[in-house]
Design a protein around this ligand. Structure first.
Ligand SMILES: CSC[C@H]1O[C@H](OP(=O)(O)O)[C@H](O)[C@@H]1O
Ligand code: ADE
Length: 330
């Protein structure tokens, strides 16, 4: 069994949005493979066992969605980990840096160059990698389309419910060896959502404190009839990635919180972004414009997270431990 990681000093840059789509992609380290370029190379044991240096541990994780591809790149205290998982490669290396005085682990779900389509993201690898570092609260960012006038383009949104319309995604860690049935009435941790909402209020953000997110398979957008159907089913926003990420985080005992940004509307709300006007390029442009707001909101929420935060534990700790002890694939 090995859970090796490469740790190297990183350059930390302010989080840029891609000029169009950006960046490099994930790399790997196995127990047998020490990378020539890395500093502080460590291997053997579990990932968290290897990390004796507290600066390389994190209790908070950020999963960057569309538009959020890098954090901490130029920070002198940042480290970058290539984490081998039982499920194959993560979408990007994990960067651990300091935000609001706290150590935070970051990865970006589409890869740094946005080369991983929503239905092909290795959600299990990404989530397992964060859990293996000891992360307890995962804050993810998402771009979403609006199908509700209360969640109009330009708003930040803290979703509280999801409707899964994806198919074929590996959405559990408990499909081999043992079966566990995740309680999922509250996909997001209500305690984390309360913190996020009071923080967004305090910083004067325009935001919606609740929303039902419909998760479509992608990578295509919805037809007008689908969008109307989602709305009639109670949906407020549409996205392609919140599921199974949030369920997998819950399975491994991490509290989930999502900060969505409505980039467009799938219903004709008169903003010019519906139907023929909607494109990935439009989403990226609007994300770029909103990036300072999104980062500021994330930082404020992380500042407000209590150091003694304890996530809900819907799955027994020994079952979670068995998943985290699974041998990695090389
Ligand atoms: C870039 S348009 C569609 C793309 O944007 C959203 O990404 P994410 O959820 O990672 O912020 C949406 O889910 C699609 O993956
Ligand atoms: N309209 C939309 N549908 C699905 N995912 C999105 N991400 C951003 N806008 C979206």
């Amino acid at each position: 069994m090995c859970h090796p990681a490469r740790v190297r000093g990183t350059n930390v840059r302010p989080p840029p949005l891609p000029p169009s789509r950006l960046g490099p992609s994930a790399s790997r380290l196995t127990k047998r493979t020490r990378w020539e370029t890395g500093r502080n190379v460590i291997s053997g044991g579990t990932v968290s066992d290897q990390i004796s240096d507290q600066s390389q541990r994190a209790r908070i994780g950020i999963v960057g969605g569309s538009g959020l591809y890098r954090l901490f790149d130029d920070a002198p205290d940042a480290v970058e980990l290539d984490i081998l998982t039982p499920y194959g490669p993560t979408s990007s290396p994990v960067t651990i840096g300091t935000m609001a005085g706290k150590r935070v682990a970051f990865l970006t779900r589409h890869g740094r160059d946005h080369s991983v389509a929503p239905h092909l993201i290795n959600y299990r690898a990404n989530v397992w990698a964060l859990a293996s570092l000891g992360v307890r609260a995962v804050l993810s960012s998402s771009a979403v389309g609006s199908i509700s006038s209360e969640h109009a383009p330009g708003a930040l949104i803290v979703p509280d419910q999801i409707i899964d319309r994806t198919h074929g995604r590996r959405d559990t860690f408990f499909d081999e060896g043992e079966v566990q049935h995740l309680p999922f009435a509250e996909p997001f941790d209500p305690a984390l959502r309360a913190i996020a909402n009071s923080t967004l209020e305090a910083i004067g953000e325009t935001f919606a404190p609740t929303a039902t997110a419909v998760i479509i398979q992608g990578p295509r957008f919805s037809s007008r009839a689908e969008a109307e159907w989602f709305r009639s089913a109670g949906g407020h926003i549409v996205n392609m990635t919140l599921y199974p990420e949030v369920a997998l985080a819950a399975e491994l005992g991490m509290g989930a919180l999502n900060l969505s940004f409505a980039t467009d509307s799938d219903i004709d709300e008169g903003d010019g972004a519906e139907g023929e006007g909607l494109s990935a390029d439009l989403v990226f442009v609007r994300l770029r414009e909103a990036q300072p707001r999104i980062i500021a909101a994330i930082e404020s929420i992380i500042a407000a997270l209590p150091d003694d935060y304890e996530p809900p534990r819907p799955i027994a700790a020994d079952a979670v431990a068995r998943v985290l002890a699974r041998p990695v694939s090389s």
